[in-house]
Design a protein around this ligand. Sequence first.
Ligand SMILES: Nc1ncnc2c1ncn2[C@@H]1O[C@H](COP(=O)(O)OP(=O)(O)OP(=O)(O)O)[C@@H](O)[C@H]1O
Length: 237
Amino acid sequence: MLSAGPISLHYGKHLALDGVSIGVDANETVVVLGANGAGKSSLLKALAGLARPAPSAQLHLDGKDLLGLPAHKFLELGIALVPEGRGIFGDLTVAENLELGAYTRHARPHEQRQRALVLDLFPRLAERQAQIARTMSGGEQQMLAIGRALMSCPRLLMLDEPSLGLAPIVTGELFQALGRIRQTGIALLVVEQNVKASLAIADRGYLMDAGRIVGTGTAEALRQDPAVQRAFLGAVA
Ligand SMILES: Nc1ncnc2c1ncn2[C@@H]1O[C@H](COP(=O)(O)OP(=O)(O)OP(=O)(O)O)[C@@H](O)[C@H]1O
């Protein structure tokens, strides 16, 4: 479905992505692992049209060339990003945030159906539709950010560190919800520090270091990989 590469991205002189190639198939859940500064957020931004890679890159969704299109076109074509820090509208209510998520031309006709899906996935949002978003807990705000992205009818939902700053019990609920989103047929591309939880819902994964892909494999293979175990799963070398 999505195929990208080799993507290089500079911030001034700093090379944040150095020829990264990555793919996500329909219905797949793919996780991107890597230490702080490895380039994971930059990769998601490039895949969402929010950062412009060097022109030698290729970026296709079902064969359609995305390179150079504005970010709203990426959303219109079905690629949604839940950014780190969530990016919800804090002064608006839950209901208003969801409504804004369905602003694209292709999403608007499906607004009722998508809202029903979101409120079924996250009953807490259903109870709090009139609440001002910034007054909600971190976990609820993350649910709202995911819900808002779902309102755009994505085929590929990308999440940047969704569990950041959340208590373990809330993280558990969040990953359960991601598992259910996956079952609806939406492909997921997840950047996560919580390697254990993300590998548990993933089919495959990539390992990044210093702007490059340094490893790839099935979730099971990555779980068994000594480098992954040492760096992310608390194994003693
Ligand atoms: N807007 C920017 N301007 C300059 N340098 C940047 C910018 N954004 C990111 N970088 C640098 O690019 C590199 C990759 O950053 P990126 O945020 O993509 O990494 P990351 O793997 O997502 O890290 P983290 O887990 O800490 O968010 C880092 O060295 C970072 O300092």
